[in-house]
Design a protein around this ligand. Structure first.
Ligand code: SF4
Length: 302
């Protein structure tokens, strides 16, 4: 619960605020860039929501916040239903994609995504344990497979595995973070899991990082912390600053994704991005070029 007495001074006057317990995970400004912005070591409300639609968006951020750092008066929060997640992101012939919200402090507020499809639903990374979210996911058909993109974003995987008896996938090189996972992926070769869904090992950020790809065309890529979008600079970010294992391996893993035909990038951290046809290859090439040419001089790529 956010505390009014620790309300940050950067917040614009008005009912919504961020308090000093913010860990700057980015969930609020990723889900609601109309009201929240980063400011160095924390987020703040730069634009108070107006009207029911904007208030709803701000309440999504309030529920999503992993540390309860977003506050608003009871007169607003008392009308907030806790069943508002998952929220729809996009529909693909291979499945419908939802953002789960309920970010976990254990994964530093990483995003998790639910794919619903007739052959069984897939959860990408772990939201925090939440009976309200579990109830909604149950109504949507539960979870058959759970993909853990890398060691940092496993959060409350035990809770989701127990609740839905789903099969957890993690790369063996990151599996000490979730040793109870039922399936360990080995090697660097991509792995097809049923129809129109595959895993691509992309070592670099961590030794066992993997991206998941939904669809054969107009693909949706769930990138964990391997890549994300920077809307200000309009570039795909592969971060050397936040590379915990091997930066040169990470660049090689970025190159592996050049041949994809991507319509959406949905990362663990950082902004999501919808791509127009042909835009993905150019963006990957730009990132690779920048990463290779500035490798020695820059702390991170873009
Ligand atoms: S979601 Fe919460 S912890 Fe994360 S940046 Fe926003 S206010 Fe801070």
């Amino acid at each position: 619960m956010a505390k009014k007495k620790t309300r940050l001074i950067q917040n614009k006057d008005g009912p919504f605020y961020v308090d000093s317990s913010c860990i700057n995970c980015g969930s609020c400004w990723q889900i609601n860039p109309q009201s929240f912005l980063p400011a160095g070591n924390n987020a703040y409300v730069f634009n108070q929501p107006k009207g029911s639609k904007e208030v709803y968006q701000a309440l999504l951020a309030l529920i999503d916040c992993p540390v309860g750092a977003i506050g608003a008066p009871k007169t607003i929060t008392q009308n907030c239903a806790l069943d508002i997640f998952p929220i729809p992101i996009t529909k693909h012939p291979a499945g419908e994609v939802f953002y789960c919200g309920w970010s976990s402090r254990l994964s530093y507020g990483a995003s998790s995504w639910l794919i619903t499809r007739p052959e069984g639903n897939i959860l990408i990374d772990s939201p925090r344990s939440s009976p309200e979210l579990a109830k909604e996911i149950k109504k949507m058909g539960g979870i058959n497979q759970m993909i853990l993109t890398h060691r940092d974003d496993v959060a409350d995987h035990h809770y989701w595995a127990k609740t839905f008896k789903c099969n957890r996938w993690i790369h063996i090189d990151d599996s000490d973070a979730a040793p109870a996972s039922e399936t360990k992926v080995t090697g660097k070769t991509e792995l097809q899991i049923g129809r129109q869904f595959k895993l691509i090992p992309t070592p670099g950020h961590t030794p066992g990082s993997m991206v998941s790809v939904l669809g054969d065309k107009e693909q949706i890529v769930f990138s964990g912390d391997h890549l994300w979008w920077n809307p200000k600079k309009k570039v795909l970010v592969a971060s050397k600053e936040y590379c915990w294992w091997d930066w040169n391996e990470q660049l090689k893993s970025v190159e592996k994704l050049l041949g994809l035909e991507v319509s959406w990038l949905l990362p663990g951290h950082g902004y999501a991005k919808k791509f127009e046809p042909g835009e993905w290859q150019k963006a990957v090439e730009k990132t690779l070029h920048y990463g290779e040419s500035k490798n020695r001089r820059k702390t991170h790529c873009h």
